[in-house]
Design a protein around this ligand. Structure first.
Ligand code: IPE
Ligand code: IPE
Ligand code: MG
Length: 236
């Protein structure tokens, strides 16, 4: 497939399930947290590549509502990595025209990190080249339940519509993901973008997230460019 064709059929919203950090570390006899650190270093590089290639929305699944069930030390370590990443990267993201956004429940996240997330969002709010969405304490079921409760509280006219519910999602202005990549060989969604993925395309790779690179990203984008999306209609 030609580079031109791939460029002209880029996903507007690329979503990535960053998986395999733990196994990457285990293979190297390193503690799991070293895998998470390597994963975040890789995220910096891939976010920049996505921006350079012209992706308008990049979302990544960094911490799920179920990931609180991991050992306390791993959870605390991950929270520290998030703190470090935001502090270190926000300036650069802004200079690249990237708007940083977070998506998920606000409960359970340490107060100082929550403040930092809010600050980073405000600080980059005007940037328009790429929206970079970090899903942190995100769960698709939680999002739907939160939206349902917000909708009920707004006392809507019934029957409610899909559009009524969508207005109460965490980021209602972000379009549904066109392509969802999952690394590390797992073939599941694990509660990511449940509602929004209704017509998403999928790309799975055996590669652990810290080993994911530009060649892999290009392969995923080329695969996407060759897909025919029909949305239940007939072939064009
Ligand atoms: C993904 O890597 C990162 C998070 C879920 C936070 P994992 O930690 O799930 O890595 P594996 O699946 O154990 O290899
Ligand atoms: C999904 O990965 C969540 C994130 C990548 C943040 P998990 O490693 O938590 O998913 P399961 O447990 O293998 O389904
Ligand atoms: Mg995993």
């Amino acid at each position: 497939m030609s580079d031109e064709k791939i460029k002209s059929t880029l996903p507007t919203h690329l979503a990535i399930i960053l998986d395999g950090n733990g196994r990457w570390a285990k293979r190297r006899n390193l503690p799991r947290l070293m895998g998470h650190r390597a994963g975040f270093r890789k995220l910096e590089a891939i976010a920049r590549l996505a921006r350079d290639k012209g992706i308008r929305y990049l979302s990544v699944y960094a911490f799920s509502t179920e990931n609180w069930n991991r050992p306390e030390m791993e959870v605390a370590g991950l929270m520290s990595i998030f703190r470090f990443y935001i502090r270190k990267k926000v300036e650069e993201l802004k200079s690249l025209g990237v708007r940083l956004r977070f998506c998920g429940r606000k409960d359970k996240i340490p107060e100082d990190l929550l403040k930092q997330m809010q600050w980073a969002e405000d600080y980059t709010a005007e940037q328009k080249i790429m929206d970079f969405v970090i899903c942190l304490n995100y769960g698709g079921r939680a999002e739907i339940i939160d939206a349902v409760n917000a909708l009920i509280a707004s006392k809507p006219e019934t029957p409610v519509t899909e559009a009524d519910l969508r207005k109460h999602f965490y980021l209602p202005d972000v379009p549904d993901p066109d392509l969802i990549i999952r690394t590390s060989g797992e073939l599941r969604l694990s509660n990511f973008w449940l509602w929004e993925s209704a017509y998403s395309e999928y790309y799975f790779t055996e590669t652990f997230w810290p080993d994911f690179d530009e060649a892999e990203l290009d392969k995923a984008l080329a695969s996407y460019a060759g897909r025919e999306r029909r949305y239940g209609g007939l072939k064009k």
